[in-house]
Structure formats: C-alpha cells, structure tokens
Design a protein around this ligand. Structure first.
Ligand code: MN3
Length: 234
C-alpha cells in the first residue's frame, strides 16, 4: 500500500511539472460529495457534444441512468449506517472490506456514481491536449497516437458492459478496462479518463457500432480535465 505522500510524489513525477507541495494543495480542494449523494449537474447543455454524442443520449444517460445509481447507492448506505459519512472514493477503495450485505450494491451503484461523475466532467469539444499531459503521455506510451490506439483497443475489447481507462497505477500511466461499473479505485489505481462502453452510452445514435462511438468520444475529451486529475492525484 503506497502512502498518500508517495502517491502524490509519483503523480507529480508523471506530470513532471508539479512540486509535492503544489500537488497536495490541489488535492486538498478536491472532494467528492459524501452521503446522501446527489446527482451532480451535467454542467453544460445536453446538445453541447453534438454531433459526436447526441442530446437525447446525454439526457437519458445523465438524468435517468446516473440518477438511478445515486438513488440505489443511498438506499444501500441507509441499510448499513457504518458507511454513512464516508466519501465515495473511500467506499470504492475499501469495497472488499464493506459488509457483505451491501458490498455488491456499493460496488455497482457506488462505482456507477463515481464513474459517471467524472465522465460528464471529462467531455468537452475542441480541447487541445495541454503540454504537460502530452509530455506525460508521450513518455509513457511513446506517442499520443499509440496511446489513442491502446485506449481505443481496450474500449473495443470490453466484453459486454464496462469501461476503458487511462489510469495512474504504481506511479505510471496505464490503459486498463473494468467490467460493469467497477472503478480503478477498487484495485489501487487512480482514473484520469474513462470511456463508458455500456450500450446505454451510445445505442440510440450508434446502435451496435461501438467503434464509431469510441472514435466520436475521442473528439470530445476534455484534456484539460484529464490534466487536472493528473495533478490532483489521490
Ligand atoms: Mn453509463
């Protein structure tokens, strides 16, 4: 288990631009909501990502699917008062120690809430990758194109419902995937970018053509947000 300090150090090293003090200052302002959890606002109009991601998909995905994760997560926590007041990150990082009666719900609904909360924030049109993030990606993968290929490949190969990720694991960037609503936090990594490849994320516009959706998604990544997560660390 790496300490918070070590993790932040590693994160700063990956980015190559932050001092430990800076990274810690940024991380202190980062806090996800604690229970009862609420659906965060989308933060932009549902049609803001057209034509890549359509307004109807965004509306249903955010207002209905994410709301359902929030409601079911809160219901699970009601059943297990010892979990009240814990931030979502902690619930996910310690999911294996959560009482068995609600563990599956925390895993699925809590993962769903956390994953989608970062998903909305990671989408914006016409964002150029900031130099610090580009440098970190190039040093990890060899080039941005190689990263894109690996990320696309991971998203394409998710069998059934799940996510593909750019994460920081053991102080290094890595591309990974998870089934269902599992979060990289559950296995000790920190997610920087995730693509939702559940059919509810693309079926209305793309039907079975997941590859087209993945390609479209790559046009609406808010690289500023990804870079911000890189600096915030854990
Ligand atoms: Mn989804």
């Amino acid at each position: 288990m790496i300490t918070r300090r070590e993790a932040l150090k590693g994160m700063a090293a990956v980015g190559g631009i932050l001092t430990l003090g800076e990274a810690m200052a940024v991380s202190q302002v980062q806090s996800q909501s604690t229970p009862p959890f609420v659906l965060p606002p989308l933060g932009y109009a549902p049609d803001a990502l057209e034509p890549y991601i359509d307004a109807q998909t965004m509306t249903i995905h955010h207002d209905k699917h994410h709301q359902a994760y929030v409601d079911k997560l809160n219901a699970a926590i009601e059943k297990e008062p010892s979990l009240k007041g814990q931030p979502i990150e902690k619930l996910l990082r310690t999911v294996d120690q959560i009482p068995e009666t609600v563990r599956k719900d925390i895993r699925n609904q809590g993962g769903g809430h956390y994953n989608h909360s970062m998903f909305w924030k990671s989408l914006r049109k016409d964002v150029k990758m900031p130099a610090d993030l580009e440098k970190a990606i190039v040093s990890s993968f060899g080039s941005v194109e190689i990263f894109n290929t690996q990320f696309t490949d991971a998203a394409t190969k998710v069998f059934g419902s799940g996510w593909a990720w750019l994460v920081v694991r053991d102080n290094k960037f890595a591309v990974e995937s998870t089934p269902n609503q599992d979060s990289p936090l559950m296995t000790g990594a920190y997610p920087l970018l995730g693509i939702d490849v559940w059919e509810h994320a693309y079926y209305l516009k793309y039907q079975n053509r997941r590859a087209e959706y993945i390609k479209a998604f790559m046009n609406v990544v808010d690289w500023d947000y990804v870079a911000k997560r890189m600096k915030e660390g854990v």
